[in-house]
Design a protein around this ligand. Structure first.
Ligand SMILES: [Zn+2]
Length: 87
């Protein structure tokens, strides 16, 4: 990445980083939707670009992109299961 970017170049780089984030979305299972790794380097590099290119833009996340149905255990209260135990 060059040291000095025009606003247009910075926006193009962030658009590309956003496309990579959309592709390498972290699923609710913790794995990457594209490569299947828990620690996806592509997602990490794309996130780093948003930090390094200080244009005031934040990464966007599409509702449902993490595919929460993968963890559907039969109801809205399924997330309580790990913290509630019978006495
Ligand atoms: Zn990935």
């Amino acid at each position: 990445m060059p040291d000095l970017l025009t606003r247009g170049q910075a926006n193009e780089l962030l658009d590309d980083a956003q496309r990579r984030l959309d592709l390498h979305t972290q699923l609710i299972t913790g794995t990457c939707a594209a490569c299947g790794h828990f620690d996806c380097i592509e997602r990490e590099l794309a996130m780093r670009e948003f930090v390094e290119i200080q244009l005031g833009r934040l990464p966007r996340r599409a509702p449902g992109a993490s595919q929460p149905h993968l963890c559907d255990r039969g109801g809205w209260s399924a997330w309580l299961i790990p913290v509630t135990r019978p006495n």
